[in-house]
Design a protein around this ligand. Structure first.
Ligand SMILES: *[C@@H]1O[C@H](CO)[C@@H](O)[C@H](O)[C@H]1NC(C)=O
Ligand SMILES: *[C@@H]1O[C@H](CO)[C@@H](O)[C@H](O)[C@H]1NC(C)=O
Ligand SMILES: *[C@@H]1O[C@H](CO)[C@@H](O)[C@H](O)[C@H]1NC(C)=O
Ligand SMILES: *[C@@H]1O[C@H](CO)[C@@H](O)[C@H](O)[C@H]1NC(C)=O
Ligand SMILES: *[C@@H]1O[C@H](CO)[C@@H](O)[C@H](O)[C@H]1NC(C)=O
Ligand SMILES: *[C@@H]1O[C@H](CO)[C@@H](O)[C@H](O)[C@H]1NC(C)=O
Length: 403
């Protein structure tokens, strides 16, 4: 923005300029590259804005920016996904809580990258509003984040994006990207009569599920086929916990679902640990009671949905193929792959090496519903490179170091 001000443009002019990005070289249309590939980089759990009155808080954010720069020096994605918990709302002030967005997106603006967000449980709190985060993101034309479901109970970041062929008119997408809001945290500026925060449910709402199923049907009719797709949601679904807890050579195996698996048991949609009652800090706010079953059912009912990517559990970064009826669940998987990303931020718990899940789709691989994915670590190494294809879960891979 600074160069525009230096050029003597007013804020009104700046906004007009941003509304007409094509003239300045930013094409907001997502496209495959000429070589037939499309890559996404997932930055999750950045947790900016912790302990801003102390030295280590802002230092932590400087570190997280360094992580993103390091990843983007090694990878060249066509889209960056900020997959929830951009900011830690518990620690921020009402007057400027959404301003952390400016700091978060700087590495993306520097490279003129497009981005799309989902919001996490820490993106809503007494002093932080996910609606304000969206407004702050949308100051830049690089932000593709939207709110397509206006029902107040559905959160904010529910929307979809098309990815078009490398050339020609942007008419029929080759790939669809779905983004869901798993909500959580506390409602903005609300308190109970006793003065405590008011918890927001932490699963994808029925209204968002209804929007998803009707939009999916509409798009299939419009394009005449079920276009292959990927989905992003901050909090993982219960199938990931059921798989992790399954016994006897199933569960997360180091050579078949390579990744760190230190959050065990993991926290899924519908469950919130701790501080549920005034008398016991360990009481959960929400205990799991199948709240995400309609969402999981809708995912399974989506033809050509290849994989779903979540964050939230910083100590897990594996992928698994859901192709069975898992213990304790009635739904039967159909081969859908479910993945964690890698904790990217220095904010939030955990000191595993920071990194970012990369997702690569090629036109050739789409025909086989295959997706390649790996984690690029802050130090530059590649970790857990796998192909989510028909034999994922049977193919042997090197184990990922637990660090
Ligand atoms: C920032 O990163 C450096 C280098 O990894 C590390 O030594 C330091 O502890 C980090 N500081 C914070 C506050 O996270
Ligand atoms: C909310 O932010 C205001 C200042 O903007 C601050 O005075 C107040 O302590 C904050 N409240 C909480 C619960 O963080
Ligand atoms: C928000 O305000 C606080 C206190 O005034 C300050 O310490 C912090 O750096 C500000 N954060 C942002 C992102 O502007
Ligand atoms: C695991 O194997 C043991 C011994 O074969 C068996 O008793 C047990 O029921 C199995 N557990 C599960 C969850 O399949
Ligand atoms: C599974 O289905 C049975 C029969 O409809 C029902 O009683 C049970 O509550 C369901 N369990 C779960 C975890 O949904
Ligand atoms: C899936 O990918 C792995 C790793 O590249 C490969 O070994 C395996 O043969 C592939 N399976 C299929 C069905 O293509």
């Amino acid at each position: 923005m600074r160069f525009l001000q230096a050029a003597g443009l007013s804020w009104a002019t700046v906004n007009t300029v941003l509304a007409a990005p094509a003239k300045y070289g930013l094409d907001r249309t997502l496209r495959f590259k000429n070589d037939g590939t499309f890559q996404l980089a997932v930055f999750e759990d950045l947790h900016y804005g912790e302990a801003e009155d102390l030295v280590w808080g802002p230092q932590q954010d400087v570190n997280s920016t360094r992580v993103m720069n390091s990843i983007l020096d090694n990878e060249t994605p066509q889209l960056v996904v900020l997959n929830g918990d951009l900011i830690t709302g518990e620690n921020t002030y009402k007057h400027n809580s959404s301003h952390y967005v400016d700091e978060i997106v700087q590495p993306l603006l520097d490279r003129n990258l497009l981005w799309a967000s989902t919001y996490g449980n820490h993106d809503s709190d007494f002093n932080l509003s996910r609606h304000d985060i969206l407004k702050r993101e949308q100051k830049w034309s690089n932000a593709l984040t939207r709110q397509d479901v206006s029902t107040s109970s559905s959160g904010v970041s529910n929307y979809w994006l098309p990815v078009y062929p490398s050339s020609g008119p942007a008419k029929t997408p080759e790939l669809l990207l779905w983004f869901f809001d798993s909500r959580g945290g506390n409602y903005y500026q609300q308190t109970t009569v006793s003065g405590t925060s008011v918890a927001q449910p932490n699963w994808v709402s029925q209204s968002a599920v209804d929007w998803f199923t009707s939009t999916r049907t509409h798009l299939c009719t419009k394009y005449g086929r079920d276009i292959p797709s990927l989905a992003f949601v901050h909090i993982p679904v219960n199938a990931m916990l059921a798989f992790q807890q399954s016994q006897n050579d199933t569960g997360v195996r180091p050579h078949y679902e390579p990744g760190i698996n230190d959050d065990d048991p993991l926290a899924q949609q519908g469950y919130t640990a701790g501080q549920g009652s005034a008398t016991n800090d360990d009481d959960p706010v929400y205990t799991y009671d199948g709240e995400d079953i309609p969402f999981m059912q809708a995912l399974l009912d989506t033809p050509n949905l290849m994989a779903v990517f979540s964050g939230h559990d910083h100590g897990d970064d594996w992928c698994f193929k859901w192709d069975t009826k898992l213990p304790g669940m009635n739904l039967t998987g159909n081969g859908l792959d479910l993945c964690f990303g890698r904790h990217t931020g220095y904010g939030g718990y955990g000191s595993w090496e920071r990194g970012s899940r990369q997702i690569l789709v090629t036109k050739e691989m789409l025909k086989r519903k295959a997706v390649e994915t790996w984690v690029r670590l802050e130090g530059g190494a590649v970790s857990g490179n796998v192909v989510l294809n028909g034999t994922y879960g049977k193919d042997w891979y090197p184990a990922v170091p637990d660090a």
